[in-house]
Write a protein that binds this ligand. Structure first.
Ligand code: PXG
Length: 464
């Protein structure tokens, strides 16, 4: 069969999918039993599956469809670029117009002297670039032993060998021989789960100072860089206490450590500014970008470098690059996506309209009997579920048991909201209107009510 059509029966599509498609982060045996959900169409903030069910997509795909689905301008630009120049590389002293225009635009939008872009096809590749880049930077500066990168537990920086090594996910480190050497992980600023009896701000300071302790332990002359997401996304939308980032910035400055802000999720408006670093008032030397750069319409990512980092790298030959670095179609789509974000004032809409309204509604969900903590920055939020708010207890069931029930109740109520363990998370398209926020909140509340009833019935509302 050569043609797979949206009009085939769902069961047939599911059987073919299970037979030949290996899914990321999934048990394929389980998938084959249950059958994958087949998404066939999307418009605005709404997905449609092969049975005609509709869902409000409160995850914007995978944290990426920031301008929403169905933007014809992006399709038109891609088609035009494919006809004019579908591919050419950026190696060997060549370039092309889309990548020139996009680089200038990114330099204009990025804060401070972050004026230079090295491209990749996504965030994982970009973070792999960053590993080689910061080590090369210190080599060129005559300090090759400055090659350790400090990262955080429960961070997500991608799935390639390098980027998964930077990440701090134990389940990933358990497979495939990672982390690679000279990556050091410190604790995350997750007060809800790890703050114990400490005041959140004191805890934030303590966790920031773990960076300083690690630098002193390893030796300042061995540490190349610190990498972190301004707000941890895949780890469960973990928002650091206010005391955390200023202290991290002070430490990076004091010890001459390059600061890499992984803006793959936070970038391009998600936090109410163009970059999460602006929202959290940090001054990175390098930013990782992907996802919202093209709103997911084309695979593109990259590293934005400061003038100083770019100058040092430019003084040598950086033996690194991807066939699709600065791909012309992806670059043209990204540029058009940035035009839409700018001309439709979507970042302003987030800051002035959508995020304040969503924050009010989201934080009120802390009154739900299943919820202990409601956190939100811009358009990324999390709810910690607990059987006992006061003690921040976990459930007396394997982690994620209640989360999975809640995720399924969300689907049943026409809402895509993810779970990370027993935290529920959202990262909706930035174009969400107040009416759509009301719909999101009412569906989420109904799903949580049903989850509460099921958890009670199954005897899961017991502290561990
Ligand atoms: N950095 C961050 C902060 C990310 O969130 C990457 C890097 C890697 O980007 P690519 O484009 O290579 O996937 C990401 C990706 C999840 C989930 O389950 C999150 C991501 C990817 C897949 C799943 O939340 N984030």
């Amino acid at each position: 069969m050569n043609m797979i059509s949206n009009h085939m029966p769902t069961a047939e599509l599911q059987a073919l999918d299970a037979a030949h498609h290996v899914h990321p982060f999934s048990s394929n045996a389980d998938l084959a039993k249950e059958g994958s959900r087949v998404i066939t169409r999307a418009r605005g903030v709404t997905l449609t599956d092969s049975d005609g069910n509709e869902f409000l997509d409160a995850m914007a795909g995978l944290w990426c469809v920031n301008v929403g689905y169905g933007r014809d301008e992006l399709a038109d630009v891609a088609a035009r670029q494919m006809r004019e120049l579908p591919y050419y590389n950026t190696f060997f002293k060549t370039t092309h117009v889309p990548v020139i225009a996009l680089s200038r635009k990114i330099a204009e939008l990025a804060p401070g002297d972050l004026n230079h872009v090295f491209y990749a096809a996504g965030g994982s590749e970009a973070n792999d670039t960053n590993i080689r880049l910061v080590r090369t930077y210190w080599q060129v500066k005559g300090k090759p032993e400055k090659n350790v990168i400090i990262s955080r537990k429960n961070a997500y920086h991608g799935s390639t060998v390098g980027s998964a090594s930077l990440g701090g996910m134990p389940a990933m480190h358990a497979q495939g021989g990672i982390p690679i050497p000279n990556i050091h992980h410190i604790n995350q600023p997750n007060w809800w789960a790890e703050g114990g009896d400490m005041d959140p701000e004191a805890f934030g300071l303590q966790r920031a100072r773990e960076l300083e302790e690690a630098i002193l332990e390893l030796g300042e002359d061995r540490v190349a860089a610190f990498i972190a997401e301004p707000v941890q996304g895949a780890g469960g939308v973990i928002v650091a206490p206010d005391s955390y980032w200023p202290e991290v910035q002070r430490i990076c400055d004091k010890y001459e450590i390059l600061l890499i802000a992984d803006e793959v999720i936070c970038g391009f408006g998600r936090t109410g500014n163009w970059f999460g670093s602006q929202t959290l008032n940090i001054r990175p030397d390098i930013m990782t970008i992907a996802k919202g750069l093209s709103s997911g319409y084309a695979p593109i990512g990259g590293s934005i470098l400061s003038d100083e980092v770019a100058e040092v790298i430019a003084s040598t030959e950086f033996n690194h690059g991807y066939t699709y670095s600065g791909h012309p179609v992806a670059a043209a789509v990204a540029l058009e996506n940035l035009r839409i974000l700018e001309e439709e004032k979507i970042v302003d809409h987030v800051r002035d309209v959508a995020a304040p309204y969503l924050k009010e509604k989201w934080e009120a969900m802390v009154d739900h009997p299943l919820i202990g903590e409601a956190k939100i920055v811009g358009m990324m939020g999390s709810l910690a579920m607990t059987p006992h708010q006061e003690s921040r207890a976990t459930f007396a069931a394997p982690k994620g048991t209640v989360g999975l029930i809640a995720r399924d109740r969300c689907f049943a109520n026409g809402l895509v909201m993810r779970h990370v363990g027993d935290r529920m998370i959202i990262s909706p398209p930035l174009i969400l209107t107040p009416d759509q926020i009301d719909t999101l909140i009412s569906r989420a509340t109904k799903a949580l009510d049903e989850t509460h009833a099921i958890a009670k019935e199954q005897g899961l509302l017991v502290p561990a």
